[in-house]
Design a protein around this ligand. Structure first.
Ligand code: AMP
Ligand code: GLY
Length: 426
């Protein structure tokens, strides 16, 4: 089989790496990929947003299955376009991807179905939004309705910040069209957990849990990023929460989609906040998490390909897909970023030590913002690498991941030293 993976981050390298292990996979293309995917497949110089270019490539090269990484390709309707061209693709349609691309849509569906989430209002006028803030207790959370590269969620500690944020989003177009409408919601306390479910339209199967570290700096300080590291399994999850998750979140969600005549086929990743009174939904993502994928897939012993196929074919309940085998060992991934990320950063820095780090037992290096120039691998993005390690305990996995990290060097490399450090992660 020929597979095309769309995207060029650490998540896409992990997907390509895992799919490459499937006995049925002969060739893997990545568009646009990175220096890591180039080592296991063929990079194609087409951007993840060039949808007609991707359709053309898949047709011309007789690609058997396309797997979509990034949210914006899904929100732009890549799955609908591929399906119209009779091409097999893994991911939700544009209508189903609204669960992620419109926070208002997701919030309304949750309200209709009684899914536990933060109390919220949706607004397109700044004075109405501000009046609602006054009814909540500070801090309040203000979210742009649409996709904003993970930067559209602002936690406002007081009225002054709430006022300026709402004004910038609604009246000054800080996030363009994505921020013309906003969600204002109560601030939830607790610890976060990332769930991943393969949803086949009617049924679903859960993958292992993970926890992400979203803030840029140690001790969960600094701005939100795409994710600075992760570990799996999550240490704040248990059978009781899982039971509640099935009954109060996934069941009602699928019912709500069904009532709207929307079929969701793909990977659904609900971001949850866990507190004393259970799990509440922070957001729905319609794709694999990054960097969660870099800790979930190295723990998956089963072949990923038949699971993706069963999801597309509405057969995730079939015996073939019914049990996913997992490595019991925990995994930790540490993201190495360019100094300055998530703000401004420089690229083109030479990376050394990748070979030495990869020699360590149980270590897997996933590339994100990297590219090869002649014999050198250089930085080309904000998040540069995700260094994953498995270990007999979380502590062992963590120690091994940081041992690998210590062998890798590039100028202005920034990473958090407290990934998976249990203090503070409940
Ligand atoms: P979202 O894109 O909606 O998941 O928001 C990004 C991040 O902002 C989440 O992972 C949380 O860390 C934080 N966040 C979002 N909504 C809330 C909320 N209601 N209460 C507390 N933190 C939140
Ligand atoms: N790790 C957060 C995300 O993928 O949205």
């Amino acid at each position: 089989m020929k597979i095309l993976v769309i995207g060029g981050g650490g998540r896409e390298h992990a997907l390509a790496w895992k799919l490459k292990q499937s006995p049925r996979v002969e060739r893997i293309f990545c568009a646009p990929g990175n220096a890591g995917t180039a080592e296991i497949g063929e990079n194609v110089a087409i951007s993840a947003s060039d949808l007609p270019g991707l359709v053309r490539f898949a047709k011309e090269n007789r690609v058997d299955l396309t797997v979509v990484g990034p949210d914006d390709s899904l929100a732009a309707g890549i799955v609908d376009l591929f399906a119209a061209a009779d091409l097999r693709i893994f991911g939700p349609t544009k209508a189903a991807a609204r669960l992620e691309s419109s926070k208002i849509f997701a919030k309304e569906l949750m309200r209709e179905q009684g899914i536990p989430t933060a109390q919220a209002g949706t607004f397109e006028r700044s004075d109405d939004a501000l009046r609602f803030c006054d009814r909540l207790r500070f801090p309040v959370v203000i979210k742009a309705d649409g996709l904003a590269l993970g930067k559209g969620v602002i936690i406002a500690p007081d009225c002054a910040v709430a006022r300026s944020t709402i004004d910038e989003m609604i009246n000054q177009g800080r996030f363009g069209e994505a921020g013309r409408r906003v969600v204002v919601e109560e601030f939830l306390r607790g610890t976060e957990c990332s769930l991943h479910a393969l949803v086949d339209g009617a049924n679903y199967r859960l993958l292992q849990t993970a926890r992400d570290h979203k803030r840029a700096f140690e001790g969960d300080t600094g701005p939100n990023t795409g994710g600075m590291g992760a570990f799996s399994p999550a240490n704040n999850w248990n059978a009781e929460l899982e039971d509640q998750f099935h009954k109060k979140i996934m069941g009602p969600l699928l019912r709500g989609l069904h009532e709207k005549r929307i079929t969701f086929r793909g990977l659904l990743y609900p971001g949850l906040m866990i507190s004393a009174d259970g799990a509440r939904v922070l957001e729905f993502n319609c794709r694999f998490g990054d960097p969660e994928t870099q800790v979930i897939l190295p723990r998956m012993k089963s072949d990923l390909l038949p699971l993706l196929e069963a999801t597309i074919d509405g057969k995730i309940d079939s015996p073939k897909a019914s049990s996913i085998e997992w490595d019991r060992r925990p995994a930790v991934t540490v993201v190495l970023a360019s100094g300055g990320y998530p703000g401004k950063y420089e690229t083109g820095k030479s990376i050394s030590g990748l070979g030495k780090a990869a020699e360590l037992d149980g270590v897997q290096i996933f590339h994100a913002g990297t590219k090869r120039i002649n014999s050198e691998i250089v930085t080309s993005g904000g998040r540069v690498l995700a260094i994953t390690a498995l270990g007999s305990t979380l502590e062992a996995a963590r120690a091994r991941a940081y041992e690998a990290v210590s062998r890798i060097h590039f100028e202005n490399c920034h990473y958090r030293r407290d990934i998976a450090l249990s203090a503070g992660y409940g």
